[in-house]
Design a protein around this ligand. Structure first.
Ligand SMILES: Nc1ncnc2c1ncn2[C@@H]1O[C@H](COP(=O)(O)OP(=O)(O)OP(=O)(O)O)[C@@H](O)[C@H]1O
Ligand SMILES: [Mg+2]
Length: 137
C-alpha cells in the first residue's frame, strides 16, 4: 500500500507516474497502464478542482487467482451532490466537459463512489489482471 498526498497541479504528473509504475510492476500491459494513468489524471484533477487537496492510495488486491490494482482517490471537500447525475456523460457543475467520471468508470473493472455533503468523496477503482495464477501452498 502506498499513500500519496495531492495538493498541486504537479501531483497530476506524479500520480500518473507512480500509477504507471505500480501497474507495470504488476504485469499490466501498455494499454491497461495507459487506461490507469488516464483515470489518475481525471480523478486527481477533480480532487484539485473541487476539493483543493486530497490523497491517492494504491493497494494490490487479490480475489481467488486474480490480482488487481485498487486505487482510492480521497478528498475532504464538498462532496458530489448527485452521483447519478455526475456519472452522466457531459454533466458538469463547473464548465468542464463532464467526461472525467463517466470516462474513468469505463476504463476500469470496478468503480465505486462514496460521498457525503461537506464531508468529502472517496472514489475506488480496481483493474484486475485476469488469469494470473497466484502461487499457493
Ligand atoms: N472530488 C469531487 N468532489 C466534489 N464534486 C466532484 C468531485 N469529482 C467530481 N465532482 C462533480 O462531478 C461532476 C462531474 O465530474 P467530471 O469529472 O465527470 O466532469 P468535470 O470535472 O465537470 O469536467 P471534465 O470533463 O473536465 O472532467 C463535476 O462537475 C463536479 O460537480
Ligand atoms: Mg473532471
Amino acid at each position: 500500500m502506498e499513500v500519496h498526498e495531492i495538493k498541486s497541479d504537479e501531483d497530476i504528473v506524479l500520480a500518473r507516474h507512480f500509477i504507471r509504475d505500480r501497474a507495470k510492476e504488476m504485469g499490466f500491459g501498455l494499454v491497461d497502464q495507459t487506461k490507469l494513468t488516464t483515470v489518475a489524471s481525471e480523478l486527481v484533477r477533480n480532487i484539485l478542482l473541487y476539493a483543493g487537496k486530497g490523497k491517492v492510495i494504491t493497494i494490490e488486491v487479490k480475489n481467488g487467482f486474480d490480482i488487481g490494482l485498487k486505487i482510492e482517490f480521497i478528498d475532504y471537500g464538498p462532496g458530489i451532490e448527485n452521483i447519478e447525475l455526475a456519472l452522466k456523460d457531459g454533466y458538469t457543475s463547473g464548465g468542464g466537459l463532464g467526461k472525467g467520471l463517466p470516462g474513468s468508470k469505463r476504463l476500469v473493472d470496478d468503480f465505486f463512489i462514496e460521498t457525503e455533503k461537506n464531508r468529502g468523496t472517496k472514489i475506488t477503482v480496481i483493474k484486475w489482471l485476469r488469469g494470473v495464477k497466484i502461487d499457493t501452498v
